[in-house]
Design a binder for this molecule. Structure first.
Ligand code: PEP
Ligand code: MN
Length: 264
């Protein structure tokens, strides 16, 4: 179903009125985790002023350590809904369990499946069957293109055709950076499938100063959007502070990106 051979035109996916794919760049910004209402609303306003067209924030967090902050859960989703009321930005948030699909259908506009759940096939099938919103499927930590596309097939074959792919870096022998951004994924995915592909340079590099050059490279290579972690106080972030941009840096980044690919 994802195969370009049977669907030659690019798919354009509508996320609560924001188009992703074709000539439309998704500009998703926001904190790794929802930490408080004040935090999310302040970041959402600055991200919107910079030019972002969607707000991200994790309420359910897939942390490597069970002792790390696990997210605010339902309360976090309600804060995102409040931020959408203030700014109009559609909400992107990660779903980890099929138990919450109906709640996400109500509160979230683009449902993220994280790298660690890319091959959670039961979750993918349930999202295909029951999720009424478009899905952002991140690439698994060490997934091949074929494995990643097959995970998209699980969602599509189960009934949800609205899948956007997200490259977020893969594991290599290099440990100086958190992951290695695979820019080749952009032309490869576009050749093999008709689905939009966006790039997450934040989780790829793991360092804030790598975000801007990799975002520019991704837009130059033809990606359909950028998902970038933005935090107003990265030093005190509960998750992923070192890779988060302050709003002023994000504003600067979008100016530079606008010079490479037109922001529509
Ligand atoms: C995230 O987007 O906050 C996240 C946890 O990403 P990934 O699943 O790519 O690690
Ligand atoms: Mn993160």
């Amino acid at each position: 179903l994802a195969n370009r051979a049977f669907h030659p035109e690019d798919s354009i996916i509508d996320v609560d009125g924001v188009k992703v794919g074709g000539d439309h760049l998704a500009l998703i910004a926001g904190p790794c985790s929802v930490e408080s209402k004040e935090q999310v609303i302040a970041i959402a306003k600055e991200a919107k002023a910079a030019g972002a067209n969607m707000l991200r924030g994790g309420a359910f967090k897939p942390r490597t350590s069970p002792y790390a902050f696990q997210g605010m859960g339902t309360e976090g989703l309600d804060i995102l809904v409040a931020a959408k009321k203030e700014t109009g930005l559609p909400i992107v948030s990660e779903l980890m369990s099929a138990d919450y699909i109906e709640e996400f259908n109500e509160k979230v506009d683009l449902v993220q499946i994280g790298a660690r759940n890319m091959q959670n096939f039961d979750l993918l099938k349930e999202v295909g069957k029951r999720c009424t919103k478009p899905v952002l499927l991140k690439r698994g930590l060490s997934a091949t293109y074929e494995e990643w596309i097959m995970s998209a097939e699980y969602i599509m074959a189960s009934g949800n055709p609205n899948v956007i792919l997200c490259e977020r870096g893969v594991r290599t022998y290099e440990i100086y950076t958190r992951n290695t951004l695979d820019l080749q994924a952009i032309p490869v995915i576009k050749r093999l499938t008709h689905l939009p592909i966006i790039i997450d340079p934040s989780h790829a590099g793991g360092k804030w100063w790598l975000v801007e050059p990799m975002a520019k490279a991704a837009v130059a290579a033809g990606c359909d959007g950028l998902m970038i972690e933005v935090h107003n106080d990265p030093e005190h972030a509960l998750c992923d502070g070192p890779q988060s941009l302050k709003p002023a840096k994000y504003t600067e980044l979008l100016k530079q990106v606008g010079a490479i690919g037109e922001i529509v």
